[in-house]
Write a protein that binds this ligand. Structure first.
Ligand code: ZN
Length: 505
């Protein structure tokens, strides 16, 4: 038997001002066939599991390209077509094949392609025909389109958010591929459209118990896999939204019914799944009243992990107004300002414009006389066992506040982000981090006090005001009860009052 594995992934925020091109893939992660490192990445763990399992069966594994770009704006058309065609050519050259395992993300959008993964899977199917087993791993922050379901034998998403289970799910994808090739199972995919979009962290209720429950259900012989597709609200595509996917062993009707029942249960959680998000004024007030520092303040919607630039100055400007000084901010992305600071040198003081440059809603630039306190070339931070590059970075001081400027877009993962730039995080009253959820693991170890602040921008965090052009299906919270609506016209929807917004967070 012959199995091919490849990975092509990124998460596209179609509202982001930061376009994505080939350089973004090559800079973030690019492994030519055979060059994949021994450690798995979020979207290419299938590579590692295939190496472990396929040769052990006496089968042949053919490795293709694996590549990933930091989440950003729309991918340019030539970049997507280039990477897609590179892998399609590898598949054609590898024929005959019995199975194909893919590491995808599922929220990739390119110029002219609202459904990159659907396009990719359908072209693979065209090359290999109906008999070859095609299975893929997905990030739950993805769009589940009928085209993908049509051309894949099985799709499995990470269950946890934060995504701590990507290796376990990769293992399931590979085992289902193997069992399907052997003819031991016949996967049938059932999908229910929950007609909603929501933030669904699994580290808290009600999602924690829901995920535990579906994992218990997967112990039944006839249920091969259950995935919650959270959806990705920053992707304006027709199929954006939460979906419930069940894969049974050849029991389509049973799977359809289960997907419906679990999907409606998930729908009932809407509006009650997030931690409390505070306004900037209230959040900073609460943070400053806590004596037991450091207090971690998360600027949740300026998270480059969601595809935004990561250069918002909104909280910095508020802190300057409040005349707070025992504060460190990590990070503001500004490669030009970093260059200026490096040129000026450590201990220099210069007039600098930084941050707020990439879009109108990120607070605008700050103009100030600042001190360059520290310069670090190729700075890094840790994220679990992995090392995340910040690019060249500097620590500047503005009115007593330490601000890290970096040149590689990335969210805050760990307190060594600060210590690597010469800041002792334990000595600060406030640590401001740009991250929605992934920072929590490492920062909760140095602080009991974590405050989530919703600045309302630049991430398109409110579906009601996001002004989607391609999303035409009625979904909550744009529509109060989409499952009862006969009429799907968005004009009708927009006439409805949106007074429920506050309670839905
Ligand atoms: Zn995700």
């Amino acid at each position: 038997m012959r199995v091919f594995v490849a990975s092509l992934a990124t998460e596209t925020n179609t509202f982001s001002p930061v376009p994505t091109d080939l350089d973004n893939f090559k800079e973030a992660f690019y492994a030519a066939p055979g060059d994949h490192p021994d450690t798995p990445t979020l979207c290419s763990a299938t590579h590692i599991i295939c190496r472990e399992r396929i040769p052990a069966l006496g089968w042949t594994l053919i490795e293709g390209t694996a590549t990933w770009a930091e989440p950003g704006g729309l991918i340019n058309r030539q970049t997507y077509e280039h990477l897609r065609d590179e892998i399609l050519a590898q598949i054609s050259a590898a024929l005959p094949l019995d199975g194909i395992v893919l590491g995808l993300h599922g929220a990739m959008v390119a110029q002219g392609y609202d459904d990159c993964e659907g396009d990719f899977l359908s072209r693979i199917r065209e090359i290999v025909g109906d008999k070859v087993v095609i299975c893929a791993e997905l990030d739950p922050h993805s769009h589940l389109t009928p085209l993908r379901v049509k051309h894949a034998n099985a799709l499995i998403a990470f269950k946890e958010f934060p995504h701590t289970d990507f290796v376990e799910r990769a293992r399931e994808v590979v085992e289902i591929t193997i069992a399907s090739i052997k003819g031991e199972i016949v996967p049938k995919i059932s999908v229910f459209d929950c007609k909603m979009i929501e933030i669904l962290p699994t580290s808290r209720e009600p999602m924690r118990s829901f995920i535990d429950k579906i994992q218990r259900m997967e112990q039944q012989d006839n249920i091969l896999s259950i995935s919650v597709i959270h959806g990705f609200m920053a992707g304006d595509v027709p199929e954006m939204g939460t979906k419930l996917m069940v894969i049974t062993d050849d029991q389509q009707d049973f799977g359809d019914d289960l997907a419906y029942r679990l999907g409606m249960e998930l729908f009932s959680f809407r509006g009650n799944t997030r931690p409390p998000y505070l306004s900037p004024d209230l959040g900073l007030k609460e943070a400053l009243e806590i004596n037991d520092g450091p207090v971690v303040v998360a600027d949740i919607w300026d998270n480059p992990g969601g595809g935004v630039a990561g250069d918002s100055t909104i909280l910095l400007k508020k802190l300057l107004q409040l005349k707070q000084s025992n504060v460190a901010i990590g990070t503001i992305w500004d490669p030009i300002a970093v260059k200026f600071c490096i040129a000026a040198g450590e201990d220099s003081s210069i007039q600098l414009r930084f941050g707020g440059k990439c879009c109108a809603s990120a607070g605008g630039p700050v103009d100030a006389f600042i001190k360059v306190k520290k310069v670090v070339r190729k700075a890094v931070q840790s994220f679990g066992a992995s090392v995340v590059p910040l690019g060249d970075a500097v620590c500047i001081e503005i009115a007593g506040i330490d601000v890290i400027l970096n040149s590689n877009r990335c969210q805050a993962f760990s307190p060594d982000l600060f210590s690597n730039l010469g800041i002792d995080p334990l000595q600060k009253q406030l640590l401001v981090v740009k991250s929605t959820n992934h920072f929590y693991g490492a920062f909760s170890k140095i602080s009991k006090n974590i405050i989530y602040i919703d600045c309302g921008a630049p991430y398109p965090s409110n579906p009601i005001t996001n002004n989607y052009k391609k999303l035409k299906r009625p979904i909550w919270p744009i529509v109060e009860d989409p499952h009862r609506l006969e009429c799907s016209a968005m004009e009708v929807i927009h006439e409805k009052p949106v007074s429920g917004d506050a309670q839905h967070g």
